[in-house]
Write a protein that binds this ligand. Structure first.
Ligand SMILES: C[S@@+](CC[C@H](N)C(=O)[O-])C[C@H]1O[C@@H](n2cnc3c(N)ncnc32)[C@H](O)[C@@H]1O
Length: 290
């Protein structure tokens, strides 16, 4: 009889996911800094929708989870300069960019803490609001992370997060991924492992909120648009900073990469308008109250 295959226990799997995420995002950080202004503009409608739901007031304490290069935490800090905003992320390289952006913008009411979303080094009920923009899908244990967000929120405080809906509604990534798939095997991601579209199913994050005891849970879609100066710039940006594309492109050689690039540029050229490339997408915001 075959020996049973050892199954990693949950903590070991969580460590493995966190370690993988540290490597991935440390590697992507330079590209996120390079493309900062394009990313900020693309995701501005999501930032605005989250800020509106959080119902911020001056002088409050806000926690931004998986802040990466600082959004939406820095926008919140600018809106409420008498408040305090804590930017957190698993990856110091990403928070280093957030710190540089804060300095460049003259924002002084922010601080950074390196930590994982599912193990927050904060006391209970200390924050008036919590935001998580495009972070949920990368957490090792999304239920544990949600319980942590609820723990650190004061009663009546609000949580708002955002995730991507399915690739078909996000041509800004789908065009590049389809071009890559003509030359490389794009393995469907593990549905329980970290990936950009892990939380695409309607209601998936809302269910986590409800399980964690939040009330007034609601979700709504927000349209975004990726605007680049040219089709070539679209490809350069996507191939350098989108985690799924960067990973898939590591499998191909230079000539395949050139063919993928040509295909993606040809496809995305259909989105030319007034001399710029404008590719749509859809995110989902999820809000709830403690
Ligand atoms: C797509 S970026 C989002 C950054 C930013 N919130 C934004 O919307 O521009 C995802 C971020 O999640 C972070 N991340 C991944 N796993 C994490 C974890 N377990 N805890 C906290 N942050 C994590 C990554 O380091 C990365 O900065």
């Amino acid at each position: 009889m075959d020996a049973p295959v050892p199954q990693p226990d949950r903590p070991a799997r969580a460590d493995e996911i966190r370690d993988g995420q540290r490597v991935t995002w440390a590697g992507l950080s330079t590209s996120w800094e390079k493309w900062d202004s394009v990313i900020v503009e693309q995701l501005a409608p999501v930032c605005a929708a989250m800020v509106e739901h959080l119902d911020l007031a001056e002088g409050q304490q806000h926690l931004d989870i998986a802040s990466g290069t600082g959004e939406p935490g820095l926008s919140i800090a600018r809106l409420a300069p008498q408040g305090r905003v804590v930017l957190t992320d698993l990856v110091p390289e990403m928070l280093g960019i957030a710190t540089r952006r804060a300095r460049a913008q003259g924002v002084t009411n922010v601080e950074t803490t390196v930590c994982s979303a599912d193990e927050l080094p904060f006391d209970d009920a200390v924050f008036d609001s919590v935001s998580v923009r495009f972070g949920y899908m990368f957490f090792p244990d999304m239920a544990k992370a949600t319980a942590e967000f609820v723990r650190v929120l004061r009663p009546g405080g609000r949580l708002c997060s955002s995730v991507w809906v399915k690739p078909g509604q996000n041509p800004w990534t789908a065009i590049a991924m389809q071009a890559i798939a003509t030359e490389a095997v794009v393995v469907p991601p593990d549905p329980d492992g970290p990936n950009m579209f892990r939380c695409a199913a309607p209601g998936s994050v809302a269910a986590l909120y409800q399980e964690a005891g939040l009330h007034d849970v609601a979700e709504w879609d927000v349209d975004v648009e990726l605007v680049t100066r040219s089709a070539e710039q679209y490809w350069e940006m996507i191939s350098e900073h989108v985690s799924l594309a960067v990973a898939a492109l590591q499998q191909v050689d230079e000539s395949a990469r050139a063919r993928i690039r040509a295909r993606a540029i040809a496809e995305v050229s259909a989105f030319e308008r007034d001399g710029t490339i404008r590719v749509p997408g859809v995110a989902r915001c999820i809000g709830g109250t403690k």
